[in-house]
Ligand binder design. Structure first.
Ligand SMILES: Nc1nc(=O)c2c([nH]1)NC[C@@H]1CN(c3ccc(C(=O)N[C@@H](CCC(=O)O)C(=O)O)cc3)C=[N+]21
Length: 287
């Protein structure tokens, strides 16, 4: 069975549109999201276009700042300092990866934590780790939990979640989120011994490694819920490109209890959760 991320994202946007309405009528606040894009990566462009469209759809203000590939770190820091003090901007997203001459850590640390809708700032990851209120939580990990609940219901307690991947952006935060849901969590990675056997122990298997179609049918316990975070563009023999996940969908689909497709799974939820974080930021910190 497929878990429909497009549908789940659309449902979330309907809820957000109502919250935006309420914020406007009760407090005169229209949540605003500013996306900063440095350089010309074509995949990023598609993604940014989708974000802008959906942000406006729910009644929020969407701004895009496009900067040349050669933009200096200093210039980017200056722009962020201005966005940090701009009361019409409730969320700031700097699209990653950045060109090599710009220090990503420094950029992330400069975004005001209250506007860090990616949830990448150490203040937000620290709050998430400590289970404090008011943390802005990374979007893709939030999307993974929502999609797992879509199939399994709200109570995930006692389930064994195996996460493949340990990145700061997905693997680590998604592990913390499933732990908060009272799951037993295993973080597997490239040095894990007998990875297929480890994955076969999972009730919930999250693949976040960035290796096209790595997870095969014999890695999956029959009936398990499979959440595929991978978004890999592969070239076919006829020269065309195709989007595939980290899971071999056709192989795994008959074994899994439910599986998120790529496209149409985690990707749309990531964007919907970005809007959710922006509404949240406006609600908590907005003027
Ligand atoms: N600071 C930052 N935050 C991010 O969240 C971030 C980033 N930088 N850099 C790039 C990656 C990538 N990413 C995607 C989100 C949604 C889709 C998405 O909606 N994909 C559609 C398909 C789109 C298509 O067809 O190309 C889907 O999976 O159905 C894709 C990619 C967020 N990222």
């Amino acid at each position: 069975m497929n878990i429909d991320g497009k549908q789940a994202a659309a449902e979330l946007r309907v809820r957000l549109a109502k919250e935006v309405d309420a914020l406007q009528s009760e407090r005169g606040i229209t949540p605003g999201l500013t996306v900063v894009l440095v350089g010309e990566d074509p995949a990023s462009q598609v993604y940014v276009r989708n974000k802008v469209k959906q942000t406006r759809e729910v009644g929020m203000i969407s701004n895009e700042i496009r900067l040349d590939e050669s933009t200096t770190e200093e210039a980017l820091l200056t722009i962020l300092a201005e966005l940090n003090i701009d009361d019409t901007v409730h969320g700031i997203l700097v699209q990653l990866p950045l060109p090599k001459h710009i220090n990503e850590e420094k950029i992330i640390a400069t975004i005001k934590p209250e506007k860090d809708v990616d949830g990448f700032h150490a203040m937000n990851s620290g709050r998430l780790l400590n289970g404090e209120k008011g943390a802005l939580v990374p979007c893709t990990p939030q999307g993974c939990v929502i999609l797992a609940k879509h199939h399994l219901g709200d109570d995930l307690s006692g389930k064994h979640a195996v996460i493949i991947g340990r990145s700061n952006i997905v693997g680590k935060p998604v592990s913390i989120l499933f732990l908060q849901e009272n799951c037993t969590v295993t973080i597997a990675h490239s040095r894990t011994q007998d990875l297929p056997n480890m994955c076969r122990q999972a009730d919930i298997l999250v693949a976040a490694v960035g290796r096209p179609e790595m997870v095969k049918a014999d890695w999956v316990k029959p009936g398990a819920t499979v959440i595929d975070v991978g978004i890999n563009r592969i070239e076919l023999s006829d020269g065309k490109t195709k989007l595939v996940g980290d899971v071999d969908f056709n192989d795994v689909s008959p074994v899994a209890g439910a599986i998120t497709p790529v496209p149409g799974g985690v990707g749309p939820m990531t964007i919907a959760c970005l809007l959710k974080n922006t509404v949240e930021a406006a609600k908590i910190y907005g003027k």
